[in-house]
Design a protein around this ligand. Structure first.
Ligand code: ZN
Length: 205
């Protein structure tokens, strides 16, 4: 074969190799989202709320793809009124919240379901910025007013939904997204292999 033919063949091969790799990349992890209508009060209008949420989702997806190798695809199902049963003397009752979400979870095809709320969540008398509990495929995230903090909370709760138990509390690594006070977390760190196993290329548990 002549050198030039070989050269063109290798270009064709490289091109198709790239295409094959692209096809083989993991499909995004599908995350359905409900938004508490009271969240609107923190913004000048629906549009600015939507932009802020889109930025949070983009940041979270970029981070997840960088460390876990799979992007996140968020679909907002609706802005909802947090039910009365959910509230206990002006506080968001996490236990009811999770149950409320679980009922909705049964009807949907997405891999995970999140609710973004405007106030901290109380569970066992403790105030939380995020909450996940049995059943394991739903989570509540408090929008704190900070884009960065909120996406870290989101990634922290997603970490729980991808195989990392709450027992990480003793984890001394403050840079870890899975640290108990994770708002400054930078990385999934040592938890990456487990998260990859649960939420990497395979669809969901
Ligand atoms: Zn946690």
């Amino acid at each position: 074969m002549r050198k030039r033919t070989l050269f063109f063949l290798s270009i064709v091969l490289v091109f198709f190799w790239g295409t094959l790799e692209y096809v083989a990349a993991a499909p995004p992890l599908q995350i359905a989202v409900y938004v508490d209508q009271d969240l609107l009060k923190s913004f000048s209008g629906t549009l600015s709320m939507k932009i802020e949420l889109a930025e949070i989702f983009l940041l979270a997806s970029k981070h997840f793809e960088e460390e876990i190798g799979r992007p996140l695809a968020f679909s907002v199902l609706g802005v909802v009124e947090v039910p009365h049963e959910f509230m206990k003397s002006g506080k968001l009752n996490g236990e009811f919240g999770l149950r409320w979400l679980y009922r909705r979870r049964l009807e949907m095809k997405e891999d995970r379901l999140f609710l973004i709320v405007s106030m901290p969540i109380f569970y066992n008398e403790e105030k939380n910025s995020g909450l996940v509990g049995p059943p394991e495929q739903v989570a509540i995230v408090h929008y704190s007013g900070s884009r960065f903090e909120t996406q870290i909370t989101l990634l922290h709760e997603l970490g729980h939904l991808c195989g990392i138990p709450e027992a990480h509390a003793a984890d001394s690594d403050r840079d870890s997204i899975m640290h108990n006070s994770s708002s400054l977390g930078k990385t999934y760190g040592k938890f990456i292999p487990v998260i990859k196993e649960w939420c990497g290329e395979r669809i969901s548990h």
